[in-house]
Design a protein around this ligand. Sequence first.
Ligand code: SF4
Length: 364
Amino acid sequence: MDNASALAPADRDRVSTRVSLALLGVRSDAPVRRTGGAGPSDDGHFVVDGEGAAIPLNPNSPYVITASGRLTRDGADLGFDVAPVVRPKFYDLQTDEGVAYDKIAKLHGKNVLATTVVQTCVRYDESERCRFCAIEASLDAGTTIAVKTPAMLAEVAEAAVRLDGVTHMVMTTGTSNGWDRGAKHLARCVRAVKAAVPQLEIQVQCEPPADLQAITDLYDAGARSIGIHVESMDDDVRRRWMPGKSRVSMDEYRAAWREAVRVFGWNQVSTYLIVGMGEDPDEAVEGARELIEMGVYPFVVPFRPLKGTLATDVDKVPAPHRAVVDDITSRVAQLLHAAGMRGEDQKAGCAACGACSILKTAGA
Ligand code: SF4
């Protein structure tokens, strides 16, 4: 079955529009947005037909949101309800020491609390750094702090749940030098947040720890989903785009994913796969198939040009072609659908949120 035939024509149009939105962005204000930070995103946050969507803000985009909350292009209504996510109340609070809550954690999508517990990375030297990452840019800009303590995170999470109805939390981290690659501090943070708000489900994100015991430690601390992000399964792409991280071998990733599935369960483990780093589309889809067979959700996202990254500032890499994003996303969605694997079945985290990917629109 080819990709186009897997979805009804109206649904195919919706996928196609979502892909274009992710690449061309939207002309709009967004009170909730990310500027810089870990990973590949620098977007405004919206609710599109009830689902969170992270969309680049682009004053030159052909896509416009009307005052009545409809998405239009050249005046034509495209059939989507769109509203910017409103500024959460917890952003107005600060700790007793005077640290603004929004420097400790941010609202993502419509109901996710996200934080980078350690905002520095051992791989941030220019020769080592992942070329899509701007983890220390927000630190340099003063919009976050270097290390979030467990107590700070517990305080902010409690407020975000109480005041803004946040339902899950993502904790990511820059990579440390130690055997745990940052997992130890993550586990302490998870434990503190779960003690303050036991109902809040948490996803942790880290590199494969050198000692796989760290995965059990994260689960025991209270995390219920985990992201171990490879970004590409192709070693040539990995070496070009992630000179430091590519020294963690694919064998180490596979061992960590297997252990994570054993500990966290089928479809509670995920990895980012970024489209637009020069990968072969068929090989990317085969990589996703291998992950799915392992019980790991491949969270497919388009590469987004992002100021503060080497890919954008130095390499001038453009956004990928929309046909490639549409093709890989649709084929992976089909594989996920066939395996009965849905992002929304993850307890917490990026696959559950889905805002940075088009997989949900494509039925996964
Ligand atoms: S998919 Fe992940 S990174 Fe993107 S908005 Fe949702 S929680 Fe944040």
